[in-house]
Design a protein around this ligand. Structure first.
Ligand SMILES: *[C@@H]1O[C@H](CO)[C@@H](O)[C@H](O)[C@H]1NC(C)=O
Ligand SMILES: *[C@@H]1O[C@H](CO)[C@@H](O)[C@H](O)[C@H]1NC(C)=O
Ligand SMILES: *[C@@H]1O[C@H](CO)[C@@H](O)[C@H](O)[C@H]1NC(C)=O
Ligand SMILES: *[C@@H]1O[C@H](CO)[C@@H](O)[C@H](O)[C@H]1NC(C)=O
Ligand SMILES: *[C@@H]1O[C@H](CO)[C@@H](O)[C@H](O)[C@H]1NC(C)=O
Ligand SMILES: *[C@@H]1O[C@H](CO)[C@@H](O)[C@H](O)[C@H]1NC(C)=O
Ligand SMILES: *[C@@H]1O[C@H](CO)[C@@H](O)[C@H](O)[C@H]1NC(C)=O
Ligand SMILES: *[C@@H]1O[C@H](CO)[C@@H](O)[C@H](O)[C@H]1NC(C)=O
Ligand SMILES: [Zn+2]
Length: 456
């Protein structure tokens, strides 16, 4: 990676470029379908069997692990995937939020106030502002009037609508209306079972992951039947992973601070605390509360979490260690949870892609989930909004981008040629100057004679 990066830099600096972007008219840009299976932890792929998913990526791309954003919760990460922004920049910071300026409350059960979404512009709004259409089946936010924009092809969120119906209506919209260039589909599993049984309950996880894989089989079949398979680009990914919790791993806030000294906005595994007295007293008590919980004053949240610059972040943030649960005084609420530090592998999802734009049988170890947004904009052919992702991190997944061994070999040859040419030119130049430029010659040779024969 580093060598090829260096070579690219060299080539670009030399005014050459290896990749010539294909110019496509709007109409033959293939549509893009983005699918999320909530809570699909990356290493489920190593521990369970997925015959249909394997069929999907064996003919496409597999990214083993995505580094997602903090907090590793559903809404923050689904919004990062479609905006390319960290949570502090898109404003969807947690499952439960409070805005101290407007005094409004947010919860995922009541998410329809555009106020919470309007700090960013999701890709489906940009797609429609570019004259195309977008279609959506329950992806978080797609039924909200974000940036004053309502989708024509969308569902109101209803967890009871089966997978087959969500997908069936989506493919109907896509085949009926060729201006649909972006479609998105959301499914609640394996998140729901991961919370209920814990990711280490292999009996239950085997069951639900087989179901998820069958859905992927149905997806391939349905796309094939409607003539979309192989014609459109499809990305299957997720928002976060899942960690095993246990009743032995509880952190009780009321053991450390008095219940009437604080308000809790969100509780676990990342707590948002508003002290009712002064911040520093409560902070001191919380910072020595438990070995498996870190406490941060808002301004001291580590930069790498990108979780500081937003009104909706409360004065004190508590972060539990992997597998630990924060409660006020209660018992363990669920056997599996997510939301923890986004550097933990257990919090990472995977990504797989298939379609004309993608390489076949290609594997990548990882990229950032915010990098997906510039990739999707590239695939649809629209200009991305300002974002935190990088197309350079993901371009190697694409068939039209020169990458890998061939590019490296070509890069090395061109690089060597450039170096040789440069040296030859320099050498000739110096020789020439040696002969023609007297001041230079004088510097080098003290007894330079005026009657130098070469001057003639
Ligand atoms: C949902 O949120 C809206 C706007 O924030 C609020 O007016 C309404 O009362 C909430 N509804 C429920 C059921 O909590
Ligand atoms: C939203 O759209 C409505 C009707 O199209 C318009 O009256 C209103 O001014 C718009 N609001 C904003 C904030 O753009
Ligand atoms: C899906 O499409 C069918 C047929 O057009 C329609 O009857 C059904 O209501 C749609 N489902 C939803 C949830 O809108
Ligand atoms: C998995 O969950 C089922 C259903 O709750 C339970 O009966 C079983 O004992 C669990 N297995 C393990 C290994 O925890
Ligand atoms: C698509 O359908 C055709 C005809 O039924 C079948 O031969 C082919 O194997 C299917 N392709 C996939 C990927 O399922
Ligand atoms: C606590 O900290 C927040 C900033 O994080 C600040 O707005 C608030 O005024 C502080 N409260 C007190 C009582 O100092
Ligand atoms: C917290 O739990 C303890 C023992 O489990 C109980 O005695 C106490 O009343 C509880 N406190 C609150 C505020 O619920
Ligand atoms: C993320 O992108 C937004 C929009 O361009 C920008 O305001 C913000 O500073 C970026 N964050 C970082 C950490 O670069
Ligand atoms: Zn989720």
């Amino acid at each position: 990676m580093q060598i090829s990066g260096y070579l690219y830099a060299l080539i670009i600096c030399s005014g050459l470029t290896l990749s010539v972007p294909a110019l496509k008219s709007a109409n033959d840009t293939p549509a893009l379908l983005l699918v999320s299976f909530d809570g699909f932890r990356a290493d489920y792929l190593n521990k369970y069997s997925f015959p249909n998913l394997e069929k999907f990526f064996s003919d496409g791309v597999l990214v083993h692990e995505l580094t997602n954003v903090f907090t590793t919760k559903t809404f923050p990460n689904h919004y990062s995937l479609v905006t390319g922004l960290y949570a502090e920049s898109h404003g969807m910071l947690a499952s439960i939020m409070y805005d101290p300026v407007s005094k409004r409350h947010f919860s995922i059960k009541n998410d329809s106030d555009p106020f919470w979404w309007n700090e960013a512009t999701p890709i489906w709004v940009s797609v429609e502002k570019n004259g195309y259409r977008a279609a959506a089946a329950m992806w978080p936010g797609t039924d909200v009037k974000i940036q004053n924009h309502t989708l024509k092809y969308k569902y109101e969120y209803d967890s009871k609508v089966p997978f087959e119906e969500r997908l069936g209506n989506l493919t109907q919209w896509m085949t009926m209306d060729r201006s649909v260039k972006f479609a998105t589909l959301y499914w609640e599993e394996p998140d729901w079972s991961g919370h209920k049984y814990g990711p280490e309950n292999t009996t239950e996880m085997t069951k639900v992951l087989r179901e998820v894989d069958n859905h992927i089989g149905f997806l391939i079949e349905q796309l094939n039947k409607t003539g979309l398979w192989g014609k459109i680009n499809v990305i299957i990914t997720s928002d976060h992973g899942m960690a095993q919790c246990a009743k032995e791993r509880l952190i009780k806030l009321n053991d450390c601070i008095s219940p009437n000294s604080y308000t809790v906005v969100d509780l676990t595994p990342v707590a948002a605390i508003i002290p009712l007295q002064d911040n520093s007293t409560i902070y001191k008590k919380l910072s020595s509360c438990h070995d498996h919980m870190k406490a941060y004053l808002k301004d001291d949240v580590p930069d790498r979490l990108h979780y500081k610059n937003n009104e909706r972040i409360q004065p004190i943030i508590l972060v539990a260690d992997e597998g630990w649960t924060i409660v006020k005084n209660g018992s363990l609420p669920r056997l599996g949870d997510h939301g923890y530090d986004n550097t933990l592998p257990s919090m990472h999802p995977f990504l797989a892609a298939h379609g004309p734009a993608f390489r076949k049988g290609y594997r990548m170890s990882s990229f950032n989930s915010v990098d997906l947004y510039p990739l999707m904009c590239h695939l649809i052919g629209i200009a991305p909004e300002a974002n935190n992702g990088s197309f350079a991190h993901v371009r190697c997944a694409l068939v039209n981008e020169q990458c890998g061994e061939l590019a490296l070999a070509v890069g090395i040859v061109i690089g060597v040629l450039i170096i040789l040419t440069t040296f030859t030119c320099l050498f000739k130049l110096m020789k020439n100057r040696d002969a023609s430029s007297r001041p230079f010659a004088r510097l080098e040779l003290d007894d330079d004679a005026d009657d130098e024969p070469l001057l003639e």
